[in-house]
Design a protein around this ligand. Structure first.
Ligand code: 5AD
Ligand code: FES
Length: 383
């Protein structure tokens, strides 16, 4: 079983027993690209060993708690035309919406009253003074309605550094911006090559977010057409290099109304994309043991127990959808997106049951911030 892992040079070595085989594992793995590629492709017993090791690492370093982030997809208006995304600007089959402030605040109140402790505000990507101002005001109102208790993560795309600073001052403290693929070449196969979709600008936005002091999350889609194991290994190394605090990665799922649908003959079967996503999560947990990793909703579009399976192999964050039900059908980034009809209450009950089934505990009333963020701050203060 995973024999190549035994050859690793590790710090803080401790002894680990998997079935009848013994391995050395470290607190923080130093895996080179070849080893990562091998691990991503493991099958059978070797794979079971990898997934178990990742679960153990999670429990040892970040604990067995799962933190809820109430996800509010408040607008599907988008200036971008990503070739894979169902709400891309050119998709005329989508009815565009913008939830009102009151609707958003009602969802936030639900999250707060149900002890979720955090919300994620997500939308299509828009850069405009009016949008900046709107989010700014909303952040203040959310803090007000919850006695400053609700933690707020933003997932509103690339913005100027000034905007990131302004939103942070108004109450956001985490930001999600997926790089989608860290390979420049692949990035331009899944995005139009123009000023609005610049790979360099996206990387720069991630650096700006870090410099502004957010807990920064990024991620990629897994199983994209044209994507290789080499690309995926580089994605994981990119996360490590960028020293991210959080990660959300999910399987790519084709959407009929998008240009990338034409390349669907290049795709791995959905089950393989699913298994590969779990492998990515497991290897990332070994590479960066103290970050927060989300169990992506897209996993559940392939396997009804997809999110629980991700929790069992290394994820520790789940994002119950608390978007007002009437808008959910218009936020279909990919096909078979789950929870379209379940209202907030149902979604909460269902996820509670799912987390328990996965053998984890829910961290109610806790922000569940990234340990990595604070560990880094401590390391810096010791210098
Ligand atoms: N399949 C899977 N994930 C997708 N996303 C967008 N479109 C798809 C798709 N077709 C993901 C992107 C984006 C996140 C909000 O949803 O990674 O960053
Ligand atoms: Fe939403 Fe179950 S996770 S209904």
């Amino acid at each position: 079983m995973i024999k190549h892992l035994t050859q690793l040079k590790v710090k803080n070595v401790y002894f680990c027993r998997i079935e009848r085989h013994c391995f050395y594992f470290s607190n923080s793995f130093k895996l080179d690209k070849q080893k990562i590629i091998q691990l991503l492709q493991t099958k059978g017993d070797e794979r079971v060993g990898l997934l178990k090791e990742s679960q153990k690492t999670k429990n040892r370093v970040v604990g067995n708690k799962v933190y809820f982030r109430g996800l509010i997809e408040f607008s599907n208006v988008c200036e971008k035309d990503c070739l894979y995304c169902g709400i891309r600007k050119s998709n005329k089959n989508v009815i565009r919406y913008n939830a009102t402030d009151d609707e958003i605040l009602e969802s936030c109140r639900f999250a707060w009253e149900n002890r979720f402790a955090s919300v994620v505000l997500q939308s299509g990507e828009i850069e405009s003074p009016a949008f900046t101002k709107r989010i700014d005001k909303l952040l203040k109102k959310i803090k007000q309605l919850s006695n400053n208790e609700l933690g707020i993560t933003l997932s509103c795309g690339e913005q100027s550094r000034e905007t990131y600073i302004r939103w942070k001052e108004s109450g956001a403290h985490r930001y999600l911006l997926r790089i989608e693929s860290s390979s420049r070449e692949l990035y331009y196969k899944i995005h139009p090559k123009n000023r609005v979709h610049s790979f360099e600008k996206r990387v720069e936005a991630l650096h700006n977010l870090k410099a502004t002091g957010y807990q920064v999350g990024t991620g990629v889609m897994i199983g994209l057409p044209f994507q290789t194991y080499d690309d995926l290994a580089n994605d994981l190394l990119f996360f490590k290099e960028l020293d991210i605090d959080m990660c959300g990665m999910g399987p790519y799922i084709e959407h009929e109304d998008t240009p990338l649908y034409n390349s669907r003959n290049l795709l791995k079967p959905k089950q393989e994309r699913f298994d590969l996503t779990l492998n990515m999560i497991a290897v990332l947990r070994l590479l960066m043991p103290d970050i927060n990793i989300a169990a992506a909703t897209a996993l559940q579009a392939i396997d009804p127990a997809g999110r629980e399976k991700a929790l069992a192999v290394g994820a520790n964050i789940i994002m119950p959808n608390i978007t007002p039900c009437n808008y959910r059908r218009e936020y279909q980034l990919y096909e078979d997106k789950p929870c379209l009809d379940e209202d907030k209450e149902l979604c909460k009950n269902c996820l509670e049951a799912r987390v328990e089934l996965a053998g984890s505990e829910i961290g109610y009333d806790e922000w569940g911030d990234s340990k990595h963020f604070f560990n880094r701050a401590n390391r810096l203060s010791e210098l």
